[in-house]
Write a protein that binds this ligand. Structure first.
Ligand code: NAG
Ligand code: NAG
Ligand code: NAG
Ligand code: NAG
Ligand code: NAG
Ligand code: ZN
Length: 375
């Protein structure tokens, strides 16, 4: 058991930084069949609510004795599926948060389930994001907790999941477009307060939500504040056909984002692509969402190859949302003429653009210590 955990933990380290720890090499060679056949994935752009499948949600409903409107106490995951599918667009995320929200135990279960979901797709390093304001309450359950308790509950669930599934995992808090700039500052300050490189800890701030109706301008001061106070920052930008290269430009040059979520609109401006490359900004490409946004967005991802730093991400992978997997996303970019090396390079670029565990040695120690708790 120990050597399996060790092999799982070590297998990606030589790949990542060519660190040749004799301990790791010994463990890898001690576990035949594991080495070489495993897809080593790094995922930086994935939403907690968008990763919940109806089985996880059903477990949480049972656990907290939740009744669903029009259904009562759900008897199966398909009852939960019907409930959530009764909502469309952004409201569907709300329905999921109504099930998870306002309860420490439910949030922990959700975070732990997320890590299991990532492990199944062969993801070995990941950062998950969500809006702590939304997660802190549920009208359905008539319950609320503080946002701080919600974040700590996510951290604990992620930590437990990282031990169980041997995935390195951190969290990013989302400030939401459409909420006030003051609320953005509150979320930034919460992220600063709880910022931690411990497994499951908060390692950054994101700006998410409806970019069409709530463009960057109102949130520039808040995001700059977060960055200057020491947080790493990513911004959903240039995702929709309503957006322009200038939106990505302001995310990077006015908000000082380290990474950009999507960033497809940047492809309209070759000069911007050069500047992004020079500045080392990483674009979090999401092939399945791009496919839904139309050929222009896929074409943008194609143009990222050999021009900017980018990774591959599932965004909202659960069947209730994008219904995608890392494999399916890789197939999409293979259709754009990406080779296996290109895909591997995208995961390597993502690992270099991670916000968690800048120090790989401490990442290893932290995983090993976590593992020893349960060995
Ligand atoms: C919600 O909970 C509060 C106390 O926590 C209670 O006063 C109120 O009646 C509850 N509302 C409903 C609709 O159950
Ligand atoms: C822009 O995208 C939306 C939603 O994906 C779509 O409905 C609309 O037709 C697109 N508009 C143009 C001009 O392509
Ligand atoms: C999700 O995708 C899988 C594989 O493409 C498909 O078999 C399944 O029916 C899809 N589920 C939903 C809910 O769309
Ligand atoms: C596909 O990629 C290869 C290698 O990068 C390149 O030589 C070829 O021109 C590309 N084909 C198309 C259709 O883009
Ligand atoms: C995170 O922020 C620090 C401090 O500003 C910066 O040095 C580092 O490059 C950032 N990390 C990434 C991956 O952008
Ligand atoms: Zn997203």
């Amino acid at each position: 058991m120990t050597s399996f955990r060790g092999a799982a933990l070590c297998s990606w380290i030589p790949w990542i930084l060519s660190i040749t720890s004799p301990w790791c090499i010994q463990l890898i060679h001690g576990f035949h069949g594991f080495h070489g056949s495993f897809a080593r994935r790094v995922e930086l752009h994935v939403h907690l609510d968008g990763s919940m499948d109806s089985t996880d949600l059903f477990d949480i409903c049972k656990n907290r004795g939740l009744e669903l409107p029009g259904i009562g106490v759900p008897q199966s995951s398909s009852d939960v599926k019907h409930f959530v599918e009764g909502f469309s667009g952004w409201h569907r995320f709300d329905a999921v948060n109504e099930i998870l929200g306002g309860d420490v135990k439910s949030i922990q279960l959700a975070a732990e389930a997320f890590v299991g979901f990532q492990a199944k797709s062969g993801v070995q390093y990941t950062e998950v994001r969500y809006d702590p304001v939304r997660l802190s309450h549920s009208k359905l359950a008539n319950m609320s907790i503080s946002e701080e308790d919600a974040v700590r509950a996510v951290q604990e669930g992620l930590r437990v999941g990282s031990v169980r599934h041997q995935v390195a995992v951190y969290q990013i808090l989302c400030a939401m477009r459409g909420s006030s700039p003051q609320q953005c500052f509150n979320t930034a300050n919460l992220a600063l307060k709880l910022s931690s490189q411990d497994m499951g800890g908060v390692v950054g701030l994101d700006l998410a939500g409806d970019e069409t109706d709530f463009p960057n301008a109102a949130y520039i001061d808040c995001m700059r504040h977060a960055k200057h106070a020491g947080l790493n920052v990513t911004v959903h930008s240039g995702e929709f056909n309503t957006t322009q290269a200038d939106d990505v430009r302001s995310a990077v040059f006015s908000m000082h984002a380290d990474r950009v979520g999507h960033g497809y609109a940047a492809a309209q401006d070759p000069q911007l692509l050069i500047e992004l490359r020079q500045r080392g900004v990483h674009l979090e490409a999401c092939p399945n969402s791009a496919l839904r946004h139309g050929p222009w967005a896929l074409k943008a991802i194609k143009s990222f190859k050999n021009q900017v730093l980018f990774g591959l991400n599932t965004d909202d992978p659960a069947p209730l949302f994008g219904n995608t997997t890392a494999e399916a996303d890789e197939a999409i970019v293979e259709g754009l003429n990406f080779s296996r090396e290109d895909i591997h390079g995208a995961y390597e670029a993502a690992f270099r653009a991670r916000f968690g565990a800048r120090d790989v040695t401490s990442l290893m120690t932290s995983l090993a210590e976590g593992a020893s708790l349960h060995v």
